[in-house]
Design a protein around this ligand. Structure first.
Ligand code: HEM
Ligand code: HEM
Length: 236
């Protein structure tokens, strides 16, 4: 288990001050996160209850959000960039043995990063298969006519069986992990995902979260939403 006191050792003389308030999650990342959480719960609910008109509409929102996050992983604030949380297998082993380097404990930890990438990947697969799925009754994705019927069958099968259960399992695991960190490790991860800030025992680079970076996020999201809307118009 990583020793929180290890936080105070990694940055040498920079850690003279006991705590620093550091912006870790920029506003766009926080809005993305909570919007994605609501939208994915909505997708599961509308899918399972068969409210397919809303399943498709909400699906385009999930598509836009995921595209936004993929772009934000390259141009967003420091701790939202994929480069800040792509950790090597040895970093993961070190983290699990309680020997994480201090900077690995600021944003997504090596284990947290793994779950974030898994969640994003399975959601991308769920959206991609949804776009070409067909229930042969009333609901079909907007891109079904561009692929073969064998692809439609395969995609529908994945989307409605393994895909939906893996999404559900990862979401449950995600929330249980957050509860585990709060109750067992006394690390409250939700508050920073709301306020954006973490109290750290060392100096660490802050994520840029200025009016300019928020405007950039708005422009990126606008482009992603426009693209998702265009995809929706391809449905006959
Ligand atoms: C369908 C529901 C949810 C989905 C799909 C989801 C997805 C994600 C994703 C993709 C991230 C990575 C954030 C990023 O870097 O962009 C994340 C992080 C996080 N989520 Fe969720 N989330 C969901 C529900 C929740 C709920 C209900 C909570 C609160 C209990 C929560 C708390 C957090 C926290 C605290 C983090 C940051 C973890 C860290 O510090 O490494 N999430 N979530
Ligand atoms: C996070 C993303 C998504 C989740 C969790 C999700 C979940 C589900 C669920 C639970 C079902 C019902 C499965 C069943 O009948 O047992 C379903 C069906 C369906 N979804 Fe999604 N979905 C997502 C995204 C999308 C997207 C983006 C589209 C298209 C725009 C889409 C199109 C469809 C279609 C056409 C069906 C009916 C498929 C069939 O019955 O063969 N879904 N989805």
């Amino acid at each position: 288990m990583p020793d929180p006191s290890a936080l105070s050792t990694g940055f040498g003389e920079l850690d003279a001050s006991p705590t620093q308030r550091v912006r870790v999650w920029d506003l766009p990342t926080r809005i993305f996160h909570w919007a994605l959480a609501v939208a994915v719960v909505g997708q599961i609910a509308t899918g399972l209850s068969g409210v397919m008109a809303w399943h498709l509409r909400n699906g385009y929102l999930v598509l836009a959000l995921l595209m936004f996050r993929l772009v934000w992983g390259f141009v967003g604030g420091h701790w939202s960039r994929f480069a800040s949380f792509v950790h090597s297998p040895s970093a993961l082993v070190g983290y699990l043995r309680g020997r994480a380097r201090p900077e690995q404990l600021v944003g997504h930890t090596p284990l947290g990063a793994l779950s974030v990438f898994a969640m994003l990947a399975i959601l991308v697969a769920q959206v991609a298969t949804g776009l070409v799925a067909d229930d042969e009754i009333s609901a079909s994705g907007p891109l079904t006519r561009f692929v073969s019927s064998a692809t439609v069958s395969l995609a529908s099968a994945w989307h409605t069986t393994a895909g939906k259960w893996i999404v559900l399992a990862l979401v449950v695991l995600h929330v249980l992990a957050i509860v585990f960190y709060a109750l067992v490790r006394h690390q409250h991860l939700v508050k920073p995902m709301v306020s954006g800030d973490k109290l750290l025992m060392q100096l660490a680079p802050a994520s840029r979260d200025t009016a300019g970076s928020r405007l950039l996020a708005l422009i990126v999201f606008g482009a992603c939403a426009g693209f998702a809307y265009w995809i929706s118009t391809l449905r006959l």
